[in-house]
Design a protein around this ligand. Structure first.
Ligand code: ADP
Ligand code: MG
Length: 694
């Protein structure tokens, strides 16, 4: 860059003093570059300046003329009206502002102004007028109009900084420094993707030319806008490519499993693998055989059979004399995985252990001595003091909140083990590319046979009797029921129905049934007992909070009631629903919503009743919530996207990724593009060290 725009403070810009600088800081604008990256949220068409005699009531018009007269009137206490007459030689129009007496000083008679606003008829045939129009003075110089006579940008702003002021600041900044913007993206990449240069793109996205299409602009589809979004994706993917390339240069374990344990396991299972399971296992296997530390994401909807695949991979490591670990996000899940794995691997003669924070006996010494083959646990596994003799493979389950940086910590913990990340929340492709962009990806896109789709129905409070009837019939015919509440207990802050009161009510309503309760404040061991009772059939109705959200496996559970369904996010509803329909029994899910429902809640619930397809649900969720909210992206260690939008600009992500990865493959340290390398390090600054100085 000619001038270092990210380091150039915005307060040295013409028209920005310390006070405005403070307000701008509230918007995250500190440097000139920050300001340039603060793009309009929409555009307004103020191109046509109309003759005053041609303006029509009911239309939004822009006119220009001389101030003929003005007056400030005190109508009554607390109401002052400033009125202005403007003439352009074809006619006269009034401007009216309420309680802005200072305008009297600004609008001197004879000044040339432009007004823009909705036109209406004044009181008692007083002619045409505009209430609170936007205004701009035409100076004596040849300065172009900023706020009128063009397509104007409208910015998200903050209190005490008007959209107009902010527009003025941006205009000055671009005028002073627009030409200093340096384009670091190689020209061939731009050419291949039909993208214009960066300086003109930034300019054009802020202050579009007169021939642009307003609809295209507001949809963020012009070439200039696309270029700006492309850059952000490109920097993001370039960083991920460097991370991945760096990993490829590290040495990992080259496994050479003989398949004996895996064969034994498969022979003992009451089912055969689906084609998808077989394929994903082969992908994992070829990772394991390679000499590089593998990092693979296994995506599969709830119930697609990830656990078996993970176990097969772990057995592969054990066959080669290494240890394997399986890490789950909660104690319940860790215990369940432990029981599962132990159950399946029973006849294989392996030492399998559980390690959680609250476990009384911690097999720390056996883990260190190598006496244990497979450890299942929680985050306790990666805490200090836990050392493996030779960890070869780590499987991380359900870790969509586990980002790039945390994975880096885990890698340092052991001698570059292979890492598998399993997630049951299907992630839309676009998001997977950013969240897990440095990983290889496998998808379990096929359900084991014999599953029936979960019939999902929506009820409101007035249908409650019907809901009770369905529950009662389900239990009577041998089914088991989950009832999920959003909170453990009632409070003043959240007037929601709670699990604790829900349990009481259900016990009263169904005195003949066994009703039990679990939630996050109940001790893990106790929770486990309750879960086992439910699994064993000693409990008919299990009332709970979202502690059962992930992974808990009770194939006999055939009905779920979600109370306050309107309160849950789409992905969460899908996760919850995945707890039923895991056996051969026909299953159902009842969504009980308390109104009045907002439009968004309505859409979420409709999607749930329409489809069981996890990927479709994930796409909808991303669309509804936006990428920032989706699954806590912010914690993932990915630089925030300021301009690009994963939904709106989805089509740009793939080319950006392709270009970034092929560039890094050809030139891993960007020796041929030092400016790009510098820009890249700035983009990722403080997030992760991209280029290690070896
Ligand atoms: P996920 O972890 O993907 O939600 P699980 O691995 O827990 O799914 O599998 C769900 C259930 O399906 C388990 O009871 C498991 O034993 C069973 N299962 C797994 N693979 C198959 C298969 N190929 N055929 C039949 N059942 C399977
Ligand atoms: Mg699972």
């Amino acid at each position: 860059m000619v001038k270092n725009l990210p380091e150039l403070k915005v307060q040295y810009i013409k028209g920005v003093g310390p006070r405005k600088a403070e307000l701008l800081a509230k918007l995250g604008i500190r440097s000139v570059w920050d300001a340039m990256m603060h793009f309009p949220m929409r555009y307004e068409d103020r191109r046509n300046i109309r003759d005053i005699r041609d303006t029509r009531a009911g239309e939004h018009e822009t006119v220009s003329g001389d101030v003929i007269s003005s007056s400030l009137k005190n109508i009554k206490r607390g109401l002052k009206i400033f009125e202005l007459s403007v003439s352009d030689g074809t006619g006269l129009i009034k401007g009216k502002w309420f309680n802005q007496p200072y305008l009297k000083k600004i609008f001197k008679t004879g000044r040339k102004v432009v007004l823009s606003g909705a036109v209406k008829y004044g009181w008692r045939g007083a002619g045409l007028e505009m209430e609170n129009p936007v205004y701009e003075f035409i100076g004596d110089s040849d300065d172009p109009l900023v706020h009128m006579g063009r397509i104007v940008p409208v910015y998200r702003t903050t209190e005490n900084l008007s959209p107009k002021q902010l527009r003025g600041v941006l205009f000055n900044i671009l005028r002073a420094h627009g030409a200093d913007v340096q384009d670091t993206v190689p020209g061939e990449i731009l050419k291949r993707n039909g993208l214009p240069g960066l300086p003109e793109s930034i300019q054009g996205a802020h202050f579009p030319g007169p021939d642009e299409d307003l609809g295209q602009l507001n949809a963020w589809r012009t070439d200039y806008q696309r270029r700006v979004s492309f850059d952000e994706f490109f920097m993001l993917e370039l960083g991920l490519a460097v991370l991945k390339q760096g990993k490829l240069r590290e040495r990992g374990i080259s496994f050479n499993p003989d398949g004996k344990l895996v064969d034994k396991l498969l022979a003992s299972l009451p089912f055969t693998l689906t084609t998808a399971q077989q394929r994903v296992f082969n992908e994992i296997l070829s990772d394991m055989k390679s000499p590089y530390p593998a990092h693979r994401l296994i995506q599969g909807d709830v119930g697609s059979g990830k656990t078996v695949v993970a176990l097969m991979a772990m057995l592969g490591a054990v066959e080669c004399g290494y240890q394997a670990a399986l890490m789950a996000p909660t104690e319940i899940l860790a215990r369940q995985h432990y029981l599962n794995v132990r159950g399946m691997a029973e006849g294989l003669g392996l030492k399998i252990a559980l390690l959680t924070g609250s476990a009384r006996e911690k097999p720390i010494e056996e883990i260190a001595s190598g006496g244990i083959d497979i450890v299942v646990g929680t985050h306790a596994l990666i805490q200090e003091g836990v050392n493996f003799k030779n960890l070869g493979l780590a499987v991380i389950d359900e870790q969509h909140r586990f980002g790039v940086m945390q994975r880096a910590v885990l890698r340092k913990k052991a001698l570059n083990p292979d890492i598998l990340v399993m997630t049951a929340t299907p992630i839309p492709r676009t998001l997977a590319m950013t969240l897990y962009g440095d990983l290889d990806c496998s998808v379990l896109d096929e359900m084991p046979p014999g599953r029936t789709p979960v019939k999902t129905m929506l009820f409101t409070e007035s249908d409650k009797q019907k809901v009770y009837e369905i529950i009662s019939e389900e239990v009577a015919s041998g089914g088991r029921v989950y009832v999920v509440y959003p909170v453990i207990e009632e409070s003043d802050k959240t007037p929601l129905r709670s699990a604790i009161l829900g349990e009481e009510a259900l016990k009263k309503r169904f005195p003949e049934l066994k009703v039990s309760l679990i939630h996050g404040r109940i001790k893990p061991a106790e929770r486990e007992t309750v879960m086992q009772e439910f699994k064993g059939g000693n409990i008919d109705i299990l009332v709970s909070t979202t502690v059962i959200e992930v992974g808990v496996d009770v194939p006999e559970a055939s009905l779920m009631l979600i109370v306050h369904a309107e309160r849950f996010g789409l992905s969460q509803l899908h996760q919850l629903r995945g707890r039923v329909g895991r056996g051969s029994r026909r299953s159902g899910c009842l969504l009980l919503a308390y109104g009045p429902l907002g439009e968004e809640a309505r859409r979420r619930l409709d999607v749930m009743t329409e489809t069981g397809d996890g990927f479709r649900i994930a796409e909808e969720d991303l669309d509804i919530r936006g990428p920032g909210e989706f699954m806590g992206t912010r914690q993932s260690g990915i630089p925030g996207l300021r301009v690009a939008n994963l939904v709106r600009d989805a089509g740009l992500l793939e080319p950006a990724r392709r270009e970034a990865f092929s560039l890094i493959e050809a030139d891993p340290e960007l020796k041929g593009a030092p400016e790009l390398r510098e820009a890249l390090e700035k983009f990722w600054h403080g997030k992760i060290e991209l280029f290690k100085t070896a």
